[in-house]
Structure formats: structure tokens, C-alpha cells
Design a binder for this molecule. Sequence first.
Ligand SMILES: *Cc1c(COP(=O)(O)O)cnc(C)c1O
Length: 398
Amino acid sequence: MDSGFTNHLKTVLAEIEADGFTKRERELVSPQGGEIRLDGVEGRVVNLCANNYLGLADEPAIVAAATAALETHGFGMASVRFICGTSELHRDLEQRIASYLGKDEAILFGSCFDANGGVFETLLTAEDAVISDSLNHASIIDGVRLSKAQRLRYANSDMNDLEAQLKAADAAGARFKLIVTDGVFSMDGYVAKLPEICALAEKYGALVMIDDCHATGHLGEKGRGTPALTGVGNRVDIISGTLGKTLGGAMGGYIAASQPIIDILRQRARPYLFSNALAPSIVAGSIKALEIAEAADDRRTRLTSHARRFRSAMADAGFELLPGETPIIPVMLNDANRATAMAQELGKRGVMVAGFSFPVVPKGKARIRTQMSAALTDADIGFAIDAFIDAGKALSII
Ligand SMILES: *Cc1c(COP(=O)(O)O)cnc(C)c1O
């Protein structure tokens, strides 16, 4: 390789390191769960940073369903969906997702990143406008960039700004307008203001799309996500989601919407047309995960009760938390070095957490984002609270 290029990359890596932004991956030597084992670490570690909200990532019934599909359908599809990559399992999962979310139809993608990457370019043209919350997930930002539609951004959950952008789109002569928002903003745990968003959409004749990756399966009645949680039901036109979080945590994404929207995506969405079909074992496991999630009121109750207990104990101990009702509970350290030090101290005490600093969150808003899981026991929650208090005192944070 050209040494100039290699040296350039080394310089960039050194800058990342000097800024304290290097991400280091810890290696799990157990399945994902409430308690995990890490390479080179004695004993079990309580895990507060997985998107494993219902604890389905190592659920035996799901593993069994995936194993059975390996036997009946083999390892891989070796084709995109429209050539010879569609099995009856793929269609079954699509129909189940659609009916779970109250939509006509659903379409699977390799990931939700791909679903969001393909949806805007396919549905919108230069005559249209997309109006996007400023805190939306990177995959929405990239997907919007790929479309030729006029792009407008509103400040996070600022309904006055959203209305101003809807007016701006109208003034610019937009043919169709699409408002897009995360259902739950993953760094803060805030829920989008869907009743207000839907009301504005109806007032200005806009469509509404939500990305419910951090909600589907665990929030709202039967886990139907933020539309159920906020009572807007079917007023949301397009829902994107993932099979990589609550619904088993493997991989895959989807869009659920009306029949014509899904029909067009199947014809035109590039990540659907030009990328391999999901492996049958993942599809079969996800079907089982969806079935379990829908009936998992017990797990949802445990998740909520863990979140309430952790929140109140942490607030009582003097930690600064962002307010909210979801299983995402950000512990604010505000300073990047303090967040890193706190994560390290917690690691020493057998609790795995993720510290986030700029550019993932704004400068001066560094935090440890904790995520509750139904896989955690009451004892795990108590252990984690004690570890936070002990580490917080050791670092004079509380
Ligand atoms: C996790 C996430 C994604 C990406 O989902 P994958 O299936 O892992 O690609 C997209 N949007 C949001 C809001 C997410 O939280």
C-alpha cells in the first residue's frame, strides 16, 4: 500500500485516540444475557448495555426454532429475495410483522440500517420533502441523504419548529411531505411526541414515518411500540424496525406500511434488490421471538419494574438522570473523562456499561447510558445499584 495513504490513516487513528474517542470492543465468551462472561474477566458480569430488552437473545425456544430451520432450510439462501431467496419462512415473518403492527404488509431487509437506507430514495422524488428530527438515527440521516427530496430538519421534538418546516415545505411547493422520527431517541430515552406530530401531519397533509427500533416488542400494549404507547395507533403511515434488538437480537430489519408502499419497496428499494436474503435460521428464530414478545406481558412488567427501581435508587443516591419512562436510563456525567472513568470503575465492580461522549452526544453531555432488561434479576439490579454508588463515591461523583 502507498505509504502516504497508510501514514494518513495512522494520523487519523492517532487523533481519534488523542481525543479519547477510540472504541474498544470487549469480547463476550457467553451468550448475550443479563449476566455475561467476558474474555479475560473472572466471573460473571451484569450487563446494562445490551438492546436485549425482553431478554430473548438466548431464549431456548428461539434457539430451538432457529436450529430446526437450519435442518429444514439449510444455512443460507445464496440469493436476493426476488431471484430465488424467498422461502415460506420469509413470507410468514413479513405477514406476522404486518399483523403485529396493524399494517397491510411488511418487507424484510438485511438490517434496519438498510431499511432506512432504502425507503426515502424509493418513495420520494425531487418534487417531495422529508422533514426529519435533528436527533434521528444515523441510518435515517443517511437514507434521507440518498433521496432527491428536499431535506428539512426540525430541532429535537420541537413542535413549533416542525410546524415551521412543514410551512417551509409547502412554500417551496412540495408535492408530498414525509415527517420522520425515531419512536424512542436512543441516547436520551425520550419518546417522540407522536400525538402532536400526527396532528400536525394531518393539518398539513403530511405522511408520518417512525423508526421504532428501541420500542417494538417492549413498549406499549403487547409491545406494539410507540404508536400503541402514545395512543396514535394507525395514524403512523410507515414503521421501520429491527430484529436485532428486542425481537431476539439476531439481525434484520423491516418496513411495515400500506400495501402499495411495500409493493413499491419490493420493486425499487436498492438494499432489498441488491443484498442477500436473511438466513432461514434467523427468520425462523425471529418468528418465534415475535410470538414470544407479543405474549410477554410478564417480561414487560419485569422490565418496567427494573426501570422504576433503578431510576429511583439512582436518583436517591444523588446521580443526575435524564427523566423518562423507558428502559433507557442515561446517567449524566457531563464530562467525557468522567464518563470513561466511571465506566471503568463499574467494569472493575462487575457491571458492564457503555459511556457515550461527543460526537455521539453533544459536548458537555457525556453520559453512561444504562439499559434495563427483563433478563436481569432483582439481585442483578441491586448489585448494579450498589456498584454505581460505590464507584460514584470513589470518583467523588456523588
Ligand atoms: C439500532 C437502530 C437502527 C439499526 O438497526 P439494525 O437492524 O441494527 O441495522 C436503526 N434505527 C434506530 C433508531 C436504531 O436504534
